[in-house]
Design a protein around this ligand. Structure first.
Ligand code: FAD
Ligand code: SF4
Ligand code: SF4
Length: 417
């Protein structure tokens, strides 16, 4: 039997993204997702994880394994793009409800779809994340049962999130639900689906945003430090929304408030504090989702505020059917078609990352560090050619990062301990 990889090895190798699925599998007595002093959500082992749970975690942890869509399962006649994967419908649109459209991160596509899932009775619950009411700069998993709750959880949470901490309890409850989250969360759910038949029957829809990477909490802490504000004073920390992209807005108890534009927040990549797993993410575009929903600013970034739009990519028969029903019910409004090359223009960073990834992984293997098994995502065929200077740049860059110790993480400690 192959040796199992421990949670400590996954974390200390920099491969954990903090999704929370290992806590859900091993149980909170053994594993608890905690905020570390470095501002990352990571699994703290409070008691030894039993071998059966660890074996399952080894098969589903998105830090160790991601397997792309099965080519045989892709229905004939639907488009497949080397960069973007399965593309059934790709359209521009937005939520039909103007309040959702305004308050949500972009066009309210995900909130519109999730609300429709509840209103139409297709599911009873939606698992996603929201601002922690007690610590609004942080996020926590939440289960919405009404469209109002879904709307309250709309918007992008750019810091650490662990949406899957209660995933197995939802399976045990036995009621149909939908999941909305990041692509890596859906990748973990899809891997679990291969091991546990309840996932396919109960987690009926898996929707995701398209993701440029999740920051450590330090990104938000830096912002507060610049304002001279302590975290306990914060009553609102909204990253975007109330417009597209809307402002990052911070409110504190004494009534003061600050706003920052999207450009002020994200123009300087040096301030992002991205987690290492995001730098080697094989599927930031949600190839395993039923519907992936993304920003659609030509050139890759906003030049001002707009009324709120999304691009939608339906990837499965279930996603296709849901999308059509949501449009028919007015929950989603379609503005026009989108081609794969327009998606490239909306998301140039995703194209660069996909082309770089095989070289980054090669660098990890050459450096002899624990390297995940990312399969069926066309990383080799889509990679920069060996004679392209960007190939060597990515290969050498990751090896230097490894040699300098910047990909390693400390053993997990709880913030404040
Ligand atoms: C970390 C991060 C990076 C992103 N990078 C990109 C990118 O590179 N390109 C791009 O097109 N879009 C990116 N987005 C997504 C973008 O901000 C919008 O969320 C997306 O366009 C969907 O818009 P919407 O109006 O449909 O979302 P909404 O209707 O506001 O719905 C957002 C949904 O996502 C859930 N959610 C929010 N944050 C998280 C999180 N951290 N983890 C799990 N679930 C979450 C919420 O619970 C909510 O259900 C990113 C979002 C995040 C959180
Ligand atoms: S990525 Fe998820 S499943 Fe893997 S160790 Fe981290 S929290 Fe656990
Ligand atoms: S970039 Fe990938 S690993 Fe990082 S949060 Fe996004 S989907 Fe997850």
């Amino acid at each position: 039997m192959t040796d199992l990889i421990t949670l400590a090895e996954i974390v200390e190798s920099g491969l954990c993204i903090g999704c929370g699925l290992c806590q859900s599998i091993a149980g909170e007595d053994a594993v608890e997702i905690v905020m570390t002093p470095e501002g990352r959500l990571r699994p703290l082992e409070k008691a030894p994880v039993d071998p059966a749970s660890l074996a399952l975690i080894n098969k589903v942890c998105p830090g160790l394994v991601v397997t792309g869509p099965d080519p045989d399962e892709l229905a004939e006649g639907h488009a497949f793009d080397e960069m973007w994967g399965p593309l059934r419908q790709t359209v521009l649109g937005h939520a039909g409800d103007p309040v959702i459209r305004f308050q949500a991160a972009a066009g309210g596509g995900l909130t519109g779809l999730a609300s429709f899932l509840l209103e139409s009775g297709r599911v009873e619950r939606v698992l996603h994340v929201t601002a922690d009411p007690d610590q609004p700069m942080r996020s926590r998993a939440t289960i919405s049962t009404t469209p109002e709750q879904v709307l309250r959880a709309s918007g992008s949470r750019y810091g650490p999130t662990a949406p899957l901490v209660e995933f197995l309890s939802l399976l045990e409850d036995g009621k149909p639900f939908a999941f909305v989250g990041k692509p890596c969360d859906v990748d973990a759910i899809r891997a679990l689906e291969m091991e546990d038949p309840r996932v396919a029957s109960l987690c009926r829809y898996k929707l995701s945003l398209v993701c440029g990477g999740a920051s450590e909490l330090g990104k938000s802490q830096d912002l507060l430090a610049g304002l001279g504000v302590e975290e306990p004073e914060v009553t609102l920390f909204r990253y975007r929304g109330y417009g597209n992209p809307g402002k990052t807005r911070i409110e504190v108890r004494d009534g003061r408030a600050w706003e920052f534009s999207y450009q002020e927040m994200w123009e300087d990549e040096g301030t992002w504090r991205l987690q290492f797993r995001c730098k080697i993410c094989p599927d930031p575009i949600g190839e395993l989702t039923d519907i992936a929903v993304l920003d659609c600013w030509p050139g890759g970034g906003p030049t001002g505020e707009d009324a709120g739009f999304n691009a939608f990519i339906t990837r499965t028969a279930a996603g296709d059917e849901l999308f059509q029903a949501a449009v028919a019910a007015g929950a989603i409004v379609v503005d026009g078609p989108v081609s794969a090359r327009m998606l490239d223009d909306y998301q140039p960073h995703q194209v660069r990352k996909k082309r770089a990834l095989a070289w980054r992984l090669q660098g990890m293997r050459e450096a002899g560090v624990l390297t995940p098994a990312f399969e069926r995502l066309r990383l080799d065929t889509f990679a920069y050619g060996a004679d392209d200077p960007r190939a060597a740049g990515n290969l050498d860059g990751i090896k230097q990062r490894i040699a300098s110790g910047r990909t390693r993480e400390n053993p997990v400690r709880r913030e404040g301990d």
